[in-house]
Ligand binder design. Sequence first.
Ligand code: FMN
Length: 183
Amino acid sequence: MAVNKVLIVYYSKTGFTKKYAEWIEESLSEGLSCDVFSYSKRRKIQLSQYDIILFGGGFHAGQINGIKWFKTQMHKLSDNANRRIAVFATGAMPAEAPDIEKALRQNFTEEEWAKITAFYLPGGLCYEKMGVGDRLMMAAFRALLKEKNVDSQMQQIVAHSFDLTSKELITPLVEWCVSFRSK
Ligand SMILES: Cc1cc2nc3c(=O)[nH]c(=O)nc-3n(C[C@H](O)[C@H](O)[C@H](O)COP(=O)(O)O)c2cc1C
């Protein structure tokens, strides 16, 4: 399979997914032609011209931001057995958290899951860049943890901003893309 073009589309509210999208582009651009679009520019994208399509978004109460739109686009794409599709989700969970696959999977039907490869990249929390609605949601989440007396370590973790991002964590995703490159 001759792979020429890679597309990265990312939906980032506070910058974690954007940072990973930029790192992925930087790494892939060494050997592949790579276009990057933020979700706000999604109407300019012609998905059918790409051999590898990567969609990235942050988890938001279990749902991957922008995934509804991306899945609609996936369904519109004509069947091309050679096209590879991957989704990378970022979140506040550490990479070794249990149930990551379950969290990813619940965003897809069985049929959709069979067509994609999914990666989890730990992001963090950034209260400084969060919108008012999200700050309120996080306040409600913290209150719920306190009320239910959920493990105090977890309560402390979500009380402040933190950043779990690291460039080397993109390696499996980058290797996955490179494995399709034409020799
Ligand atoms: C309201 C809200 C809900 C969130 N829900 C989840 C979640 O369900 N699981 C998770 O791991 N992280 C969750 N997070 C953390 C974000 O997914 C994390 O900050 C992500 O890296 C954001 O990426 P972005 O800055 O690119 O949008 C949530 C954050 C907010 C503000």
